[in-house]
Design a protein around this ligand. Structure first.
Ligand code: MN
Length: 753
């Protein structure tokens, strides 16, 4: 970034003096004490001699280019072979040097790397699409051979982009387009986010100079206006953490112009909000400190609900680990925080390159790439796809060169390729396979593992859709899916289903109104009253009542014009059962004569099957409800049924509205277990690592943490409210019991809102 700024201000990258031999060695030695200094020195001299008096377009000595490329790679702390390959990467093509000579002087490894780089260098900037496709294939094959080829190639492209203004005018756009289409996304997919973002920005500046400038100007204004606020937030966070003896590096980070631009384009929003422009990174010493830091932050500032993500206990597919949370910070500003350790920060910024020198379980970048089921599966799959694909030209035509840019390529279990736009979900995948597959989808497996249907798909993912019979897609899918085909299909299916839901609900409400009024009911009587209700069909009447457009009592009056609205007294509980809810629920089971088939049959409880069933169902906001709970439903016309556990305090609110109570029962599908919402409140000691232990217990028991709030705190105790999703009451109780075994947990209880 410093170099970039220097370029912008002086307009002359050559202004920076060529890096000296000892400087290069020193840079490497700083992170790699085992470096082969003699070999580095020989490579420096060899490259210097080989390029001789050659000059770059800028007039700078050519050697400045391979040296800058090597310097970029020392920032990524890469191994000797990679640094030396960078020094030599243009020698075979541009000088008299040969692969044989390089192999003789520097070994086979480096010889192969330089040859690989020479091959793909010829790929740049060909104009025909067929050639582009063929080149992309070669590049991917070279990467599959040795991923260090890509690391050098990306650094090479980065330096060329930083010095783009020296290239002939007519080639600048081509280079920038190619960078934006292929190299920046490749860097991103390799987890090298810092490099990917800089490549995007440099391309953006070339391709849309006006947009770039206007964002830069506005950024500068915001930067000026918020200067103190950023420092204040950094200071307050550091201080609050230090008070709990957590040493943390807190840094507000500005988003890049290109990512702001994309967001503005996508959402058509301005960027006045601080949280849209700055993210705060909190880097601490250990995983335990990550969780303690979350505790400190959540205790001090209000948490923004549903923004808490724990990618430490559940890492993202590309190895990314961090805790994300958003709080309402100083000055009422929303502040996004990413909390991580130093090692996690390295992976977050440098991806696969972060593993180059670490002797950790992940292995070297090449080993990571070779592993069978890893974050880089997509690369092998894409190569296979390119290798076997019809003609490369056809392939490119089909994907509009958006291979890495705007599309992901996924596979059915039988190997059929499904191309989808980025951010596509398994739901989009299902509808792309077939409309029926989409409509019946109830779950999915990604690469053999059960995953949520709302996951974001990655290239190379193998997706298996689990289908149910006679399912209806939830209306919420309409706003989740990204493909037009899926959206249209969901809308079609839900329009029908929503009407059916309201009709069903209306029917139940009408039944109940007649029972309460003590009046007989039958379809024939209702038919006869249609004219009085100004409706043409029974279904219309039911749907109108379900939507809250018509009162159920008005239907009773239409059928029995003599009825004055007086009601039978509420049914008393058979015995003195304590819970009013239970009493009421029990009362609903009494008979509804002459309606809905068969005389003298009790009205059976309405079956409840999660939120995707046949009725519009929600769960109690505080405390939720899970299978195993005895439950009651409360009707809200136009909104549906809210399910409460029978012991819920919130039910008192509806005591005076008997017409809203509904007898319900669970009807869960054991083949396809769903999770249901519940809340646990835990009193824990303030010992280090408490939150980590609690999160671990829950995730080890396959519970899903939705949110954590620090409710209250004394010097030695914290009250945590945890929103958790579980399969049933047994599952919930097992988690609570396990929490109670922890020494740091004083008590753990379910919340019964
Ligand atoms: Mn080069």
């Amino acid at each position: 970034m410093q170099v970039l700024e220097q370029d912008l201000k002086t307009g002359a990258p050559g202004a920076r003096p060529v890096m000296r031999q000892y400087e290069l060695v020193e840079r490497v030695r700083r992170y790699n004490p085992h470096t082969d200094e003699a070999l580095l020195n020989r490579a420096y001299v060899y490259a210097m001699k080989a390029h001789g008096v050659q000059k770059r377009a800028s007039g700078a000595p050519f050697i400045s280019h391979p040296l800058e490329v090597a310097a970029i790679l020392t920032d990524l702390k890469l191994d000797d072979a990679t640094i030396i390959a960078a020094l030599l990467h243009d020698t075979i093509e541009d000088t008299k040097a040969t692969r044989a000579e390089i192999t003789k002087k520097f070994g086979k490894d480096i010889g192969t790397l330089v040859e690989g780089l020479t091959k793909i260098r010829k790929l740049d900037l060909v104009s025909k699409r067929a050639e582009q496709a063929e080149n992309l294939r070669k590049l991917l094959l070279a990467i599959a051979d040795d991923v260090r080829v890509l690391l050098v190639k990306l650094a090479d492209r980065l330096h060329n982009m930083r010095t783009l203004q020296w290239m002939p005018e007519d080639t600048r756009n081509r280079i920038a387009e190619e960078t934006l289409d292929i190299y920046a996304p490749l860097a991103g997919r390799m987890g090298m986010h810092d490099m990917g973002e800089e490549l995007e920005d440099l391309s953006f500046r070339q391709l849309s100079p006006e947009a770039y400038r206007s964002i830069e100007t506005r950024l500068a204004t915001v930067r000026e206006g918020n200067k103190h606020l950023i420092e204040e937030i950094e200071g307050e966070l550091t201080g609050a953490l230090a008070a709990k003896r957590i040493r943390a590096r807190v840094k507000g980070r500005e988003k890049r112009p290109y990512s702001i631009w994309k967001k503005m384009e996508r959402k058509a929003v301005g960027f006045e909000q601080l949280s849209d422009i700055y993210g705060f990174r909190v880097v601490v010493g250990s995983i335990e400190e990550c969780y303690r830091a979350v505790g400190v932050v959540h205790t001090r500032w209000p948490v923004v609900p549903e923004r808490f993500k724990d990618y430490i206990s559940t890492p993202k597919q590309n190895d990314y680990r961090s805790i994300h949370t958003t709080v309402v910070g100083p000055g009422g500003q929303r502040v996004e925080l990413q909390i991580r350790t130093r090692g996690m920060a390295d992976v977050a910024e440098h991806g696969i390159a972060a593993h180059a020198l670490y002797k950790d379980s992940a292995g070297t970048p090449n080993e990571m790439l070779a592993r069978d089921s890893g974050a880089y599966d997509w690369l092998r799959r894409t190569i296979e796809l390119l290798a076997e694909g019809s003609s490369p030209e056809e392939f490119l035509e089909h994907t509009k060169l958006e291979l890495f840019h705007d599309q992901v390529f996924c596979f059915t279990p039988k190997g059929r390729l499904i191309a989808l736009p980025r951010k596509a979900t398994p739901i989009d995948f299902a509808y792309a396979v077939h409309t029926d597959v989409g409509n019946n989808a109830v779950g999915c497996k990604i690469n053999g593992k059960v995953a949520p249907l709302v996951s974001e798909l990655m290239t190379g993912d193998e997706v298996e859709i689990i289908g149910g019979e006679g399912q209806t897609p939830p209306a919420a899918w309409e706003s989740i899916v990204v493909t037009g085909k899926a959206r249209a299909a969901v809308r079609r299916a839900t329009r029908v289903a929503v009407r059916a839901q309201y009709t069903g609900l209306g029917r139940k409400m009408i039944e109940r109104a007649f029972v309460r009024a003590g009046q007989p009911i039958s379809d024939e009587r209702l038919q006869a009253a249609l004219a009085r209700l100004a409706r043409t069909s029974l279904e219309d009447v039911q749907a109108a009542v379900g939507r809250g457009e018509m009162k159920a009592d008005d239907v009773v009056k239409a059928v029995h014009p003599d009825w004055r609205g007086e009601r039978k007294p509420p049914v008393k509980a058979p015995r003195g059962e304590g819970w009013f809810g239970l009493t009421r629920a029990a009362s609903l089971k009494f008979r509804i004569p002459g309606f809905g088939g068969g005389k003298d049959k009790p009205a059976s409880p309405i079956p409840i099957r999660g939120i995707n069933g046949e009725l519009p169902v929600r769960f109690a906001e505080k405390g939720g409800a899970v299978p195993g709970d005895r439950i009651v439903g409360i009707l809200t016309p136009g909104e549906g049924i809210t399910i409460y556990p029978i012991q819920s305090q919130a039910l008192k609110e509806f005591d005076d509205e008997p017409e809203r109570w509904l007898d319900v029962r669970w009807d869960v599908d054991e083949e396809l277990p769903q999770r249901f919402p519940a809340q646990i409140v835990v009193a824990s000691s303030n010992a280090p690592g408490t939150l980590a232990q609690i999160a671990q217990v829950i995730s080890e028991h396959a519970g899903n943490i939705d949110n954590i709030r620090m409710a209250r705190r004394s010097p030695d105790f914290t009250l945590l409210t945890i929103d958790v999703e579980v399969y049933d009451l047994k599952h919930l109780n097992a988690i609570i019991a396990q929490l109670r075994t922890k020494a740091v947990v004083a008590s753990a209880e379910r919340v019964n809102g």
